[in-house]
Design a protein around this ligand. Structure first.
Ligand code: ZN
Length: 345
């Protein structure tokens, strides 16, 4: 019998990664995936620096990572997966039976198991390891010739697609993106592909602004720039705004630049309560929407990347060996130096 053993970094607290050996138990209904690449997400960065993410606190050793791709090493009987297939792993495992799953909004599943999340106990282990055992429905096969660097963007691209799905049609619309990190830049790429007439990005960081220009933004601004007065002047300028920063001044600015009846979509996580310009929202009849993770967009993301419909590679700053995980996460947190970092396993 093949042994699926290895060693991986378990997070045990803030800035505490412990290299431990693991052994994968073979389960008859699970596939075993040889993971070979994983992207570091902002939530991994939070877990690493704070030993938690929002309300989720690490209470037992947990593998990070939910943006992983690999090859099928073992496939359960009766599955359409076969050994050697390349797959992107959907980190969401909804129950499929609760009222939200049945309504097709499985991102709100009451029993969601999301990889690399300390929300539940026992924690749902992440994918940053050489081998993982996963339900076959999480494995979305892709063409052998597709670029792994590209395919590793499937999960964050699904987040961007879901955000755009919260807005009305973007065709012919002026789109604003506040916060040009990887998610903001992916939204810019999706917005261009979805027919926006223009895509403008705001970010306080020069490196992020430069990346936005390479990722489909037509123009970029520092939010402190006086040039923005043009957008603030009544009746406003943008039709649809996405906030991928979670920063209150950015949200306030985005709402100030929207036209009456415009739509605002909150994608970036924020800490605690945030003061909002409620009277502006009221007077301009702005639709304010949240966007949480993704639902069926994961498969769409895999298709878009497989076919090269969009190119997220300008966002890939570095590919590092997973043995240097701590260093890689610290680099991923430095917006002056990096956007997306991928690890190899
Ligand atoms: Zn459910």
């Amino acid at each position: 019998m093949t042994q699926y053993n290895g060693s991986a970094y378990y997070l045990t607290g803030a800035k505490k990664l412990s290299l431990e050996s693991f052994h994968i138990e073979e389960k008859p209904d699970h596939a075993i995936i040889r993971v070979y690449r994983g992207g570091i997400c902002g939530s991994d960065v939070h877990y690493y620096f704070h030993g938690g993410n929002g309300n989720a606190v690490v209470r037992e050793p947990m593998l990070l990572g939910h943006e992983v791709i690999g090859r099928v090493e073992k496939s359960p009987a009766g599955s359409l997966l076969h050994v050697g297939m390349k797959v992107a792993i959907n980190p969401s495992l909804p129950c499929g039976q609760c009222e939200f799953c049945l309504a097709g909004v499985e991102n709100h599943c009451k029993e969601m198991k999301f990889m690399g999340s300390a929300m539940r106990l026992p924690h749902v282990q992440g994918g940053f390891a050489q081998y993982i055992s996963v339900e076959p429905e999480r494995c979305i096969a892709y063409d052998d010739n597709a670029s792994d660097e590209m395919m590793c963007f499937a999960e964050p691209l699904a987040v961007a697609l879901h955000a755009v799905n919260q807005a009305p049609s973007l065709i012919g619309k002026r789109v604003l993106i506040s916060g040009a990190g990887p998610i903001g830049c992916l939204i810019a790429l999706v917005a261009q592909a979805a027919g926006a007439s223009s895509v403008t990005a705001f970010d306080i960081n020069a490196n992020s602004r430069a990346l936005a220009l390479k990722s489909g933004a037509n123009d970029v601004y520092d939010p402190a720039s006086e040039a923005l007065d043009l957008f603030r002047t009544a009746p406003g300028y943008f039709d649809i705004a996405f906030d991928a920063s979670g920063a209150q001044p950015a949200v306030e600015l985005a709402i100030a630049t929207l036209r009456p009846r415009g739509t605002f979509v909150q994608v970036g996580n924020s800490k605690g309560l945030m003061p909002l310009p409620v009277m502006t929202i009221l007077n301009k009849e702005i639709t304010f929407k949240g966007s949480f993770r993704f639902a069926n967009e994961f498969r769409v993301a895999v298709k878009w990347l497989e076919s090269g419909k969009i190119n997220p590679l300008p966002l890939l700053s570095s590919v590092m060996d997973s043995i240097n995980m701590g260093e890689a996460i610290e680099l991923a947190a430095d917006k002056d130096k990096a956007a997306k970092i991928q690890l190899t396993f």
